[in-house]
Design a protein around this ligand. Structure first.
Ligand SMILES: NC(=O)c1ccc[n+]([C@@H]2O[C@H](COP(=O)([O-])OP(=O)(O)OC[C@H]3O[C@@H](n4cnc5c(N)ncnc54)[C@H](O)[C@@H]3O)[C@@H](O)[C@H]2O)c1
Length: 247
C-alpha cells in the first residue's frame, strides 16, 4: 500500500474511544495527527509522541464555528493543510424519545452530532480544493440506518450525517474530495457508560460475529479511506458492525 507518511489527519473526539483509536492508527501509519477534542486532547497527543509518532493537541468545542476557522488556519500555517478530516466527536443521551426529549437536549445533540460535522466540513473543504483534494470521513452510526430504542435525537443526527455526506460527496467529487461515512455498530468505548455484563452478553448474542467492536475496527477503515487505494470510493456508507445490520 502507498504510504500516508507526512499527510495530515484532523480527528475530532480523538481524546477517547473511536477517535483515540483512529488517531493512534493514523499516527502509526506515519500521518501527523491533530488530536482535537473538548477534553483530553493533550493526553492522546502525548501518547502518540511517546510511541514515536507526530501529533499536536487541539482543545476545541466542535460546536464553535469560530474555533474551527482558527484551528484549520493554524494547521495550514504549520503543516500545509488537512489531508484527512475525521468528524467523530459525538454525544448520546441515555433515554431519548420522540414524546419526551426536551428542546434543550434536542439542540445539544444536534449541535455536536450534526452541526459540528457541518462546521468541520465547511472549515476544511476550501483548503482541500486549493490543495487538489482530500478525504473526509464522517462517523455516523447504525442508528442512522435502522431503528433502535431510546435514541431518537441521536438517530436523527446520524441519519442527517449520512444525507449531508452524500450531498457533499457529489458536490465536491470534481475537486477530488472524497467524503464517506462509517456507521459503527456497538463499539467498546466510554460512550457505552457502565455496560453490565448481561447487556454486553446480549449485544454479543445479537451480533453475527459474536463480539463487540473495538476502536481500531473503525479507525483502520477511517485511515484506509484516506489512502490513494481508496481513490474511487466516495459517497459511501460503510457499516462496521459485526454483521448486525445484515440480519
Ligand atoms: N461506541 C459505540 O458503540 C458507537 C456506535 C456508533 C457510533 N458511535 C459514534 O462514534 C463517535 C465516537 O464515539 P465513542 O464511542 O468513541 O465515544 P467517546 O465518548 O469515547 O468519545 C467521544 C469523544 O467526543 C468528545 N466530544 C464530545 N463533544 C464534543 C465537542 N462538542 N467538541 C469536541 N469534542 C467533543 C468527547 O470529549 C469524547 O472524547 C460518536 O460520533 C458516536 O456517536 C459510537
Amino acid at each position: 500500500m502507498e504510504s500516508l507518511s507526512g499527510k495530515v489527519a484532523l480527528i475530532t473526539g480523538a481524546g477517547s474511544g473511536i477517535g483515540r483509536g483512529t488517531a493512534l492508527h493514523a499516527a502509526a501509519e506515519g500521518m501527523h495527527v491533530v488530536v482535537a477534542d473538548i477534553k483530553n486532547s493533550d493526553g492522546v497527543a502525548e501518547e502518540i509522541k511517546a510511541a514515536g509518532g507526530s501529533a499536536t493537541a487541539a482543545a476545541i468545542d466542535t460546536t464553535d464555528d469560530g474555533a474551527w476557522g482558527l484551528l484549520v488556519d493554524q494547521i495550514t500555517r504549520d503543516h500545509g493543510g488537512v489531508d484527512l478530516l475525521v468528524n467523530n466527536a459525538g454525544i448520546v443521551q441515555p433515554v431519548d424519545n420522540a414524546a419526551s426529549t426536551s428542546n434543550e437536549d434536542w439542540a445539544r445533540i444536534v449541535g455536536v452530532n450534526q452541526t459540528g460535522y457541518f462546521y468541520g466540513m465547511r472549515a476544511v473543504i476550501p483548503g482541500m480544493i486549493e490543495r487538489g483534494g482530500g478525504a473526509i470521513v464522517n462517523v455516523a452510526s447504525v442508528a442512522g440506518l435502522v431503528g433502535m430504542l431510546n435514541v431518537f435525537t441521536y438517530a436523527a443526527t446520524k441519519g442527517a450525517v449520512i444525507a449531508m455526506s452524500k450531498q457533499a460527496a457529489i458536490e465536491y467529487a470534481g475537486s477530488k474530495i472524497r467524503i464517506n461515512v462509517i456507521c459503527p455498530g456497538i463499539i467498546e468505548t466510554p460512550i457505552l457508560g457502565d455496560i453490565t455484563p448481561e447487556l454486553k452478553a446480549y449485544c454479543e448474542s445479537q451480533t453475527p460475529l459474536a463480539r463487540l467492536g473495538q476502536p481500531l475496527d473503525i479507525g483502520a477503515m477511517a485511515v484506509h479511506l484516506a489512502r490513494p487505494e481508496s481513490s474511487f470510493i466516495t459517497g459511501q456508507v460503510i457499516a462496521i458492525d459485526g454483521g448486525w445490520t445484515a440480519q
